[in-house]
Design a protein around this ligand. Structure first.
Ligand code: HEC
Length: 134
């Protein structure tokens, strides 16, 4: 088959398309766009989680915490479990991290968060911790 013939066959001007063909074309493009969009949406949370984990690391949280085991402080997924149904937990934990304190998980106190840590960063980490699942 010559190149000319292939071009002729595949390059169909819109006016020669039946409406069914046109709809199929629109539908296929929409599906392709949707898949691309979903793939993009799927990869976003991972980037967010990476950013949050490095924020926690940078802020020193992981010298006393791990996601799934108790170190000096409680495992973060245990924290999520404990406050799962507590609507006031977010505010309470933000304050606890900001000023430090103890008595909830044992006698060891958590020191106040590093002073250069912004309120927004603390809130991001609390939101992340509270959303963890086992
Ligand atoms: C020096 C060790 C240490 C560091 C650093 C530390 N924590 Fe803690 N954390 C603890 C201890 C100990 C507890 C348990 C306190 C208690 O029993 O009330 C705790 C408790 C918590 C809790 C649960 C509080 C509660 O009242 O239930 C959260 C949430 C938390 N830490 C988050 C963080 C975050 C976020 C960081 C980093 C900014 C951080 N921690 C840094 C030791 C630490």
């Amino acid at each position: 088959m010559s190149i000319k013939l292939i071009l002729k066959k595949s390059f169909i001007p819109l006016s020669f398309m039946s409406s069914a063909e046109f709809l199929r074309l629109v539908f296929t493009s929409a599906t392709a766009l949707f898949i691309l969009f979903s793939l993009n949406a799927c990869s976003k949370p991972d980037n967010d989680v990476d950013a949050l984990l490095s924020l926690a690391k940078k802020s020193g949280c992981f010298s006393c915490h791990a996601l799934d085991q108790k170190l000096l402080g409680p495992a973060w997924n245990a924290v999520a479990d404990k406050y799962r149904d507590d609507p006031g937990a977010k505010e309470q934990l933000i304050e606890k991290i900001r000023v430090g304190g103890g008595g909830v998980w044992g006698d060891i106190e958590m020191p106040p968060a590093p002073s250069q840590m912004s309120g927004n960063d603390i809130e991001l980490l609390v939101t992340y911790v509270l959303a963890l699942t086992k």
